[in-house]
Write a protein that binds this ligand. Structure first.
Ligand SMILES: *Cc1c(COP(=O)(O)O)cnc(C)c1O
Length: 390
């Protein structure tokens, strides 16, 4: 059986896959089982922040795998405490809780928000407002948090206590806030929702309103974090500091990690046995994440991310058939004048460009280390593909 045949026979069909079996990769280039070459501007959905098999990252991870590959959370782990220290020092937040995915990190943030409110106000103040068009994960609770009706299907009953409001509309937010509200949860750039960049004025007003009312602000930086937007975290582009922040995708450089971070006011809300997960804070994963942070948390590196993003934007907006570009750093949404974005993405892949979509946009989350020649190569394939379809 081919890889594809075996996949279709034995793996549950929860993804519509491209017709490609990737076999090996380095940097921004991947190869399939037939040796065909691809430029990758998707990074495994923003995960491979340093590209494929970055030398330093491979060394850090391999070394840790040969030193101690796992210990339970009943022991102290230097890789995890180093990573936690870095994350706190770099953000001004106070403490972290480790898990394995974005959805899990959001679950943790939801639990902390509810427990804070329970401890302080007693039962009943447990509602969380999220934004329409958001995406927060695939567990039953994070599906409920996700502000899109298409996700609220089949798996009833969903977790109670979520209210939804349109983004960029303070009146809409205030209309659903009540004395039962404990938190507002949002992505500053809605990734899956179509690379919707929230208005900085709205975000500032929202944070002030929440602070004034002891409503916690949870910023989901699962996709926007770790240099993606040209700052280490997107909230730094907005000049705000959330009460809770979740980070995942790009942090591990390709290994599964999810982190929930909190500020001073929440640092002692969780106590032994209120949360945990077997694989959380795994030393190999943390070694990879430490290497990623040591590389990305650097002003020159981050300035280069924004510069490359601008270079992408300048080239993209000149392509015939591109209607508009939404971008912050190297998080890029491309609105097409015509044609179905998903069809175009499939054709891009056939033409050697790994690209993804978000709603009816093409989406690029290239490795942060992509160079200008690789950007040109990606642009050329995209331009050619759009032309073939016009
Ligand atoms: C991908 C994503 C998630 C879910 O992360 P998983 O690791 O797939 O569970 C949550 N929030 C945002 C903003 C995401 O982009």
């Amino acid at each position: 059986m081919t890889t594809k045949e075996k996949d279709l026979k034995y793996i549950m069909h929860t993804y519509g896959r491209y017709d490609v079996a990737l076999k090996s990769a380095k940097g921004v280039t991947a190869y399939d089982e037939n040796g065909k070459k691809y430029i990758d501007v998707s990074s495994g959905i923003g995960v491979n922040s340093l590209g494929y098999c970055n030398d330093g990252w491979v060394e850090a991870v391999s070394k840790q795998a040969g030193t101690i590959q796992h210990m339970s959370n009943y022991f102290y782990c230097s890789q995890a405490s180093d990573l936690a220290e870095k994350l706190c020092t770099l953000t001004g937040l106070s403490k972290v809780c480790f898990g394995n995915s974005g959805a899990e990190a959001n679950e943790c943030a939801i639990k902390i928000a509810r427990k804070y409110s329970f401890d302080k106000y007693g039962e009943g103040r447990n509602e969380i407002v999220t934004l329409n068009n958001s995406f927060h994960g695939r567990t039953v609770t994070t599906l409920a948090a996700t502000g899109q009706d298409v996700f609220h299907n089949y798996f009833f009953p969903f977790t109670e206590g979520f209210k939804y409001a349109d983004a960029d509309d303070m009146d809409a937010l205030k209309a659903v806030v009540s004395d039962k509200t404990c938190a507002v949860m949002l992505e500053l750039i809605q990734g899956e929702g179509g690379v919707n960049i929230l208005d900085p004025e709205y975000v500032k007003e929202l944070v002030k309103y929440c602070n004034d009312n002891d409503i916690l602000v949870i910023v989901d930086e699962v996709q926007t974090g770790v240099g993606r937007t040209g700052k280490l975290f997107a909230h730094q582009n907005y000049g705000i500091l959330p009460d809770l922040m979740t980070v995942a995708k790009g942090l591990g450089g390709g290994l599964p990690i999810g982190v929930c971070m909190c500020g001073e006011k929440l640092k002692d809300v969780m106590s032994p046995s209120t949360h945990g997960t077997t694989f959380g804070a795994n030393p190999v994963v943390c070694a990879g994440a430490n290497y990623v942070l040591d590389t990305v948390a650097n002003d020159e590196f981050l300035a280069e991310v924004e510069k490359k993003g601008q270079y992408f934007e300048d080239k993209l907006t000149k392509i015939d058939g591109v209607k508009s570009v939404r971008r912050m750093g190297l998080m890029i949404g491309i609105e097409l004048e015509k044609g179905d974005a998903h069809d175009i993405a499939i054709k891009c892949v056939e033409n050697g460009l790994l690209i993804i979509t978000a709603k009816d946009l093409l989406r690029m989350l290239p490795p942060l280390v992509i160079d200008y020649n690789e950007i040109d190569e990606a642009i050329n394939i995209l331009e050619k593909t759009i032309k073939e379809n016009n």
